[in-house]
Design a protein around this ligand. Structure first.
Ligand code: SF4
Length: 430
């Protein structure tokens, strides 16, 4: 029987990066990819459980999996990614194997076994408390942009978040491994590397911290951009700002999640900074890196968030004028501290706050984007759609431009910006 696999990935860049290593592992043991799920005899669901909606999406697919299994009784279903013990209960009857991503080097043995892997065994990580699975060479999705995880896990325990429970404590990858991977990518002509981690700026491997690591990567020869995500405001040091400001390859894009513009809510979220700290940090960053693109993450409708507290977030947005923001509506996640708080803000009210903040963002984003009109920017085109080439500028602005020449995908080009909208720029190839 031909071994064919299909991976469904939900969630963040980290999950997509893990899926690249899953693909490489499966191909090493004789599986080949298929573009239609119906043709697979192994389906891997790489799940995200940061938001309830992502878990619901996996649950929503269960019927489809059961239908596929009726058609092909030999079909194996594997669940991996951010799986909480609560999700485990829900899904254990529905999948053949529930496997931790850290046990990826051992998946071969699990997949050989017939039937169900004991969820208990599969979740135990076989005593693995390292990030050794990152040594697996990934099957990169593109030939010009690559994800490079540098740290996994999180020690922060924000009250609403499951990541510290699902991914475990922070483990930094060795600087040598990271540098080796990036040197290889640079030699192959990659134009962009994304350094990934739940909290990249708490990276520490022996005497190398994140600032030092950035400088080391910046010194690798080759023509490529360095991007990174995500950063915690509490770990954003002056040394790091300096490194970003001076780095030649380090792009000036910073995602700096605030989560709320209200001190009371920040405290309940277990985010150890105040709105003033955050504003001062943004001020410092903008003073040292004047052309920085700043994005943030915000949760609206956290338990007991009053209208006034929400307005504090609105006020903060108007002051810091983010270029982009990932706004989400609070959803309780079992096992977290916030889960025990009453989810007091109604769905309608969360929706209303989401829309309101989004309108504020549209204005600040447009205001920032307009500054680019008439300028020539460096762009890495990623794909073609509806008669436009679409990519990102060095500053991480989405830009679409003409004329279309698909050969330019994955190569640096210069584009003159002719127009700005809230979510991006338009331009002409120079
Ligand atoms: S910093 Fe907070 S929100 Fe981010 S992964 Fe860690 S616990 Fe979750």
């Amino acid at each position: 029987m031909m071994k064919k696999y299909y991976i469904i990935t939900y969630g963040c860049q980290m999950n997509f990066s893990d899926s690249e290593r899953i693909a490489a592992t499966l191909e090493k043991i004789g599986y080949s990819p298929v573009s239609k799920i119906e043709k697979a005899n192994l389906i891997v669901v790489n799940m995200c459980s940061v938001r309830q909606s992502a878990v619901d999406r996996v649950y929503g697919n269960i019927k489809n999996f059961a239908r596929l299994k009726r058609k092909n009784p030999k079909l194996k279903l594997v669940l991996t990614g951010c799986v909480t013990k609560y999700d485990l209960k829900k899904f254990k009857e529905k999948f053949n194997h529930i496997l931790s991503i850290k046990s990826l080097p051992y998946w071969k043995n699990f997949l050989k076994s017939r039937g169900q892997t004991s969820p208990k065994l599969a979740r135990s990580d076989l005593g693995i408390s390292s990030c050794d699975y990152l040594k697996i060479k990934p099957k990169y999705t593109t030939k010009f942009s690559a994800y490079v995880p540098i740290i996994i896990g999180c020690n922060n325990f924000c009250s609403y978040c499951v990541v510290p429970y699902t991914r475990g404590p922070e483990i930094s990858r060795s600087a040598n491994d990271i540098l080796k991977e990036i040197k290889d990518l640079a030699k192959k002509g990659y134009k962009e590397v994304w350094l990934l981690g739940e909290n990249v700026n708490s990276y520490k491997s022996q005497d190398v911290n994140f600032s030092k690591l950035l400088k080391m990567i910046d010194n690798i020869s080759g023509n490529f951009w360095i991007r990174f995500t995500s950063s915690h405001p509490k770990d954003f040091s002056d040394e790091l700002i300096e490194a970003i400001a001076k780095g030649k390859k380090i792009t000036k894009y910073i995602n700096l999640p605030i989560q709320s513009g209200d001190n009371g809510i920040l405290k309940k979220m277990n985010r150890p900074y105040t709105v003033r700290d955050y504003k001062n940090l943004v001020k410092k960053i903008r003073a040292k890196i004047p052309n920085v693109t700043l994005s943030t993450d915000v949760i609206v409708g956290f338990p007991k968030e009053t209208k006034k507290q929400f307005q504090n977030t609105v006020k903060l947005f108007k002051e810091i004028k983010p270029d982009m923001a990932y706004i989400s509506q609070y959803s309780p996640r079992p096992g977290t501290v916030a889960y025990k708080m009453k989810d007091s803000v109604s769905h309608q009210e969360k929706e209303k706050r989401y829309k309101f903040l989004n309108e504020v963002l549209k204005k600040t984003a447009l205001e920032n984007n307009k500054k680019y009109i008439g300028k020539i920017v460096e762009v890495l085109p990623e794909y073609e759609r509806k008669g436009w080439l679409i990519g990102k500028t060095r500053e991480y602005k989405t830009i679409k431009f003409k004329p279309v020449d698909k050969k330019l995908i994955g190569r640096f080009v210069k584009v003159k910006v002719t127009d700005a909208i809230p979510w991006g720029l338009r331009g002409k190839l120079v």
